[in-house]
Design a protein around this ligand. Structure first.
Ligand SMILES: O=C(O)CCC(=O)C(=O)O
Length: 293
C-alpha cells in the first residue's frame, strides 16, 4: 500500500481510519510521537543555533543565514522563513516519510515542499490574565477554491505539518484552530465571531514534544497564547501538489537541490510539476504498517 517514487518510500495511508475521520470532522489531527526524542533534540539544537546566528549579527531584520531570514522579530516572537537549507536535521524533518505520507493523504496525491518555517515564542510581557485571548486567525486557502472531496473524504491543496519540539500543555500556547471551519464557505470574520462567542469551537493543541499537527490551510488557525514561563518551539512544513509553486521567497536554491539525495529532489524542488500522481484512500482503508501508527 506504499507510495514509491524511485527509492523514496512513504506510507499510504499514513493515518488510521479514526485519525482520518477526526481530520475530516475537525479539519486537523494531532499525531503524537512522529519524531523520536533524539530527532527532537537534534532539531532543537539546530533551531537554537539558527536563532543565535540570526540574532547575533549586526542587522537581524535583514540577516540571511544559510538561506533563512526572520520574517517577524519581537521580544516574544521569532518567525523563521525558509529553514530548509539550514541544517541536515531540518531536511530530514521536511522529508520524513511518515510526515510526507500524512501530507499526501490530505492533499490526495504526491506533494512538493511549498515552504519551511519555524516559530520560537514565549509569553507576551503585557499579557493580562484577566483578558479573554484574541488570536491572529488566518487561512492560506478557502473551501472549494483549495479543497475537494473524493471517496467522501476532505482534501486540500495546501497543507501543513507543524511539529512541536517543546512540550505543549494547556498554558504553553499551542496552535489554536476553529474546528470544522475548513469546510464552511461563509465569510471568515463571521466564523471567527461565532468562535469568540462560543469558545468551545476553538481547539488548542496540547501534545508531548515530537507530535505533529496536520491540517489543510482552509482551516482557520492562529498561534495560541502562552501563559506559562516556557518557551515554545515549532517547525513547519507546507506541502502542495507537485505542479504548484513554492511560497514567495521560499524556492530552494539550485546549489542546495544539487547536493541533496536524488530521491528527495522532486519533493524539495517541485521538479515533477504536472506529473502529479493522485491517490485517495477510503475511510476504512487500514493504516499502512510502515506509518508505525
Ligand atoms: O504559531 C502557530 O502555532 C501557528 C503557525 C501558523 O499560523 C502557520 O503556520 O500558518
Amino acid at each position: 500500500m506504499q507510495t514509491e517514487t524511485e527509492d523514496f518510500i512513504r506510507p499510504f495511508p499514513a493515518l488510521s481510519p479514526a485519525q482520518r475521520f477526526y481530520l475530516d470532522v475537525n479539519g486537523y489531527v494531532v499525531v503524537p510521537g512522529t519524531l523520536t526524542t533524539e530527532e527532537v533534540d537534534r532539531l532543537l539544537h539546530a533551531m537554537y543555533r539558527l536563532r543565535d546566528d540570526l540574532l547575533n549579527g549586526p542587522e537581524p531584520e535583514s540577516a540571511v543565514v544559510r538561506g533563512c531570514r526572520l520574517s517577524h522579530i519581537s521580544d516574544e516572537h521569532l518567525h523563521f522563513a525558509h529553514i530548509l537549507e539550514t541544517d541536515n536535521s531540518i531536511l530530514e524533518y521536511l522529508s520524513h516519510p511518515r510526515l510526507i505520507g500524512m501530507a499526501e493523504e490530505l492533499v490526495g496525491g504526491t506533494v512538493r515542499l511549498e515552504e519551511s518555517e519555524a516559530v520560537i515564542n514565549r509569553r507576551k510581557q503585557d499579557f493580562d490574565s484577566g483578558e479573554a485571548a484574541q488570536y491572529g486567525f488566518h487561512t492560506g486557502t478557502s473551501p472549494d477554491v483549495g479543497t475537494f472531496t473524493e471517496n467522501g473524504l476532505f482534501h486540500c491543496n495546501f497543507v501543513k505539518t507543524l511539529t512541536n519540539l517543546t512540550e505543549l500543555g494547556p498554558e504553553d500556547g499551542g496552535t489554536v484552530v476553529i474546528a470544522g471551519s475548513h469546510k464552511i464557505k461563509a465569510p471568515r470574520d463571521q466564523i471567527i465571531a461565532c468562535a469568540y462567542e462560543d469558545r468551545s469551537l476553538i481547539h488548542q493543541v496540547t501534545a508531548p514534544a515530537g507530535s505533529t499537527l496536520l491540517f489543510g490551510e482552509s482551516l482557520i488557525h492562529a498561534t495560541g497564547r502562552i501563559t506559562s514561563d516556557r518557551e515554545r518551539v515549532i517547525i513547519i512544513g507546507g506541502y502542495t501538489p507537485t505542479m504548484f509553486q513554492a511560497w514567495n521567497g521560499q524556492e530552494p536554491s539550485e546549489a542546495f537541490v544539487s547536493r541533496i539525495p536524488l530521491h528527495l529532489r522532486p519533493l524539495i524542488s517541485g521538479s515533477d510539476r504536472w506529473s502529479w500522481k493522485q491517490r485517495q484512500r477510503n475511510l476504512n482503508t487500514p493504516i499502512d504498517e510502515i506509518a508505525g501508527g
